[in-house]
Each structure stands twice: as C-alpha cells, then as structure tokens.
Design a binder for this molecule. Structure first.
Ligand SMILES: [Zn+2]
Length: 413
C-alpha cells in the first residue's frame, strides 16, 4: 500500500467530525456522510449509515454507549452509495446480539435506482472513477445493495418510543429523496437536501436532477420551523441558521431556474445562456452555497438540459464531422508547430482554456509523434493548472483525470 492510499480520501464535501448530541436522544454521527441516530426506549432509528466499516463501528458505538435497545428501523434518505450501502454492520450487530434484523424504509424510487445501477454497472464504474478520481486498481462501487423492506410514495409516519417519525418524499439531487421530521424534538434529518455546498444540479456525469423540487422541499422543511437540522454532509445546523440555510438555498435554486427559463424564452442557446446568467452575489457568497462540489455552471447546464434539446444553435453541429477529421484539416491549414506556439503564448497570457482548445487540434490532427507528445504534455500541464484553480471537487477531478490520461498517452509515444 502506498503512503497516499493510507491518507483519508477527500470526498470534496465538508465533514462533521465525530459525534454530536443534537438532543439527548438524537445524535449526529459524522463521517463522509452523516448518520442520524435517534434513540427511544422501544428501539433505535438510524437515518443513513454513512460509508465504510469505520463509520459502521462508530454508529454502533454511539448507540451502545447510550442504550441496549435494538435498532428498530433504518431509513435511507436516498439511494446514493454514501447513504444506503453501509447497513451491513448494523445487521451484523443485530445478529450478534440476538435482535431481530432492523427493517429498512426508503422511498419507492430507490428500488428503480438500484435496478438502474445494476443495469449500468460498467458505466457507473467508469464515470465514478472520474468523478472521485479513483485509481485503476481500487474498487469503485461496493458490491452489495441492501434493498428496503418497506417503501412509500408521498409520505409516511410511524411512532416509536414516544417519538413520531414523519417521512416526506422530495426530489433534488435525486428523485428518491426522503427527509425525516421528528415534531417532538423539532428536528429535521434531511440527507443531501443540505450538504454545505452549491447544490449538485447538472453534474456533468450523472442523470437529471431537480432544481425546483429541491427548492420546494427546502421551503417545506423551513415551514416546519425546525430548531435542529441534520444535513447529509457537514456540520449540524441549529437555531436561526436552519431557516436561513433552507430558504436561501431555495431562493438560489429558484433564481437559477428563472434565469435559464428567461433566456430560453428570449431564444438563447446554451452558449449564450452560460454567458449571460449572472449570480446573485448576496447568495453566491454564502458559505453554505460555496461552489466546492457542485457549481453554478453545472446548474445552468442541468436546468437547460431539463427544459430544452441538445442542439447548440449552429446547424454546422447538427451532423458534425468527427473531431479528429476537423483537427486534421485545422493542422493541415495552420501547422502543428504554429498551433503549439500559439497555445504556449495563450498559456502565458493566462488563457488556459483557449490554449486547451488549440492543443486538442494538434493531439487529434497530427500524425507526427513528436508534435503529439509535446501537445499531450502541454495539455496535461494546462489541465493541472486549471484543476489547481478550480473550486468544484467534481470539476477538479475531471480535469485531473484528463491530465493523467494525457500524460499516460504521451509516455506511450
Ligand atoms: Zn451524499
């Protein structure tokens, strides 16, 4: 094992460290994904089980330090791997103690999600390796899914040990989200509806996400007037900040939605929309909306994709030639040397993105190995420079992955 692989993996989102007692009977167990542990006399409810065996052990420790009662119910806030894949340690603990296996509750769309993950296993291996910058020899996806025992459509409620658990369906980062409301404690456990980052709408590698429904869900949560909010990632939110974080995130999502819609209605294509949407600075500067995971550019793409087709606006691109054929003609007309020279000038001027476009023509359009090698190495440097200035974890990893691929290719020439 190399030293690097012993370091804790950077998953891009803020992490809540350790345990936090939100109330004497509601504990947030921090990890990459948070787990909400709710203790009642009749049994324990665990909302999400985080990721990794270490987190599993910490959840069990947090429970056993406080009660001998069995884990009664596990709730998935959605079917992503950092929330719904780590229930094995809880099942094992129940077995060892002779308790019945805890039941698992989730929204009904989690079932479809798991089926989709099975159908597209290879694709998800491919894209997640890029999104999380995972080395070739490391397994990307956990091998096991734990299907829910009980699903619901819009809302459900159960009582346990004097507490009420209200489960509400929402759509946001996923279509299968659940948020949990415990009225006796004025506590909301909301999964990835709050993650202390600019919402991850329009992830360039993933399926459609839902900006307006996300805003609606946050407004509904705020409507309950919670005093404590356990987010899917990052620190617990308390007091007045709960309203602020929910309503400002909702306002930001509605603003982005309305801007894209306005420009679509003006007849703009995606390039112009990306150029013309300006951010509401008062909101964009809030720490909980920082573009450290998702980012506004991706949000614009996500909303545009939801409401419009893929046509760029230029009929040339309707049935385009292959990029290598176009590049060959550009190199033939301009020469690889000139293109490389201009790329370096652009880099010096700080115009990294433009330099990248020119370098790609050389990589794809020349048969000369020396020029290709130079271009690939320059591309790797440009992508690394871009990555080091990029705040979004997803964008940074895609850029880094591309830099590594360019270096690898250059070493084969
Ligand atoms: Zn998550």
């Amino acid at each position: 094992m190399t030293q690097g692989s012993k370091k804790r993996r950077d998953w891009g989102l803020p992490m809540a460290e350790g345990e936090e007692e939100c109330t004497p009977d509601i504990i947030n167990v921090g990890g990459f994904g948070n787990s909400g542990v709710v203790i009642t006399e009749e049994g324990v409810v665990v909302v999400d089980a985080g990721i990794g065996s270490g987190t599993g052990r910490r959840i069990i420790r947090a429970i056993r330090e406080r009660t001998k009662a069995p884990v009664h119910t596990i709730i998935y806030t959605h079917g992503h791997f950092d929330h719904a894949y780590n229930v094995g340690p809880l099942f094992e603990d129940a077995k060892v103690k002779g308790h019945p296996r805890p039941r698992v509750i989730a929204h009904q769309a989690v079932l479809k999600r798991f089926e989709r993950y099975k159908k597209l296993f290879g694709h998800h291996e491919h894209i997640n390796r890029i999104e999380y910058d995972i080395a070739k020899e490391v397994e990307v996806l956990p091998p096991e899914f734990y299907y829910p025992d009980l699903t619901y459509a819009d809302a459900m409620m159960f009582k346990l040990g004097g507490l009420t658990f209200e489960l509400y369906h929402a759509m946001g980062e996923t279509d299968d989200a659940t948020w949990v409301w415990i009225p006796e404690r004025k506590a909301a456990i909301v999964g990835d509806l709050i993650v202390w980052s600019c919402p991850n709408i329009g992830n360039p590698l993933k399926v459609q996400r839902y900006e307006l429904e996300w805003a609606e869900a946050l407004e509904r949560i705020a409507g309950k007037a919670p005093e404590i909010l356990l987010p899917g990632h990052g620190p617990v939110v308390r007091g007045k900040l709960v309203q602020e974080i929910c309503l400002n995130t909702a306002k930001f999502l509605r603003y982005m939605h309305d801007e894209v819609i306005r420009l679509l209605n003006e007849g703009c294509w995606i390039e112009e929309i990306l150029d013309r949407v300006s951010l509401p600075q008062d909101l964009a500067n809030k720490p909980y909306l920082a573009p450290i995971y998702g980012c506004p550019t991706f949000i614009i793409h996500g909303i545009q994709r939801r409401y419009a087709g893929w046509f760029s606006g230029n009929p040339t691109n309707l049935f385009p030639s292959k990029s290598a054929e176009i590049a060959t003609e550009v190199v033939r007309a301009g020469g690889a040397e000139k293109l490389l020279e201009r790329s370096r000038e652009l880099r010096k001027q700080g115009k990294i993105q433009l330099a990248l476009h020119l370098v790609d023509f050389v990589i794809e359009g020349t048969q000369d190995n020396q020029s290709r090698k130079e271009a690939l190495l320059l591309k790797a440097e440009l992508l690394e420079a871009k990555a080091s200035a990029e705040r979004s974890y997803i964008a940074r990893n895609i850029l880094r992955h591309g830099a590594k691929a360019a270096r690898e290719e250059s070493s084969r020439l």
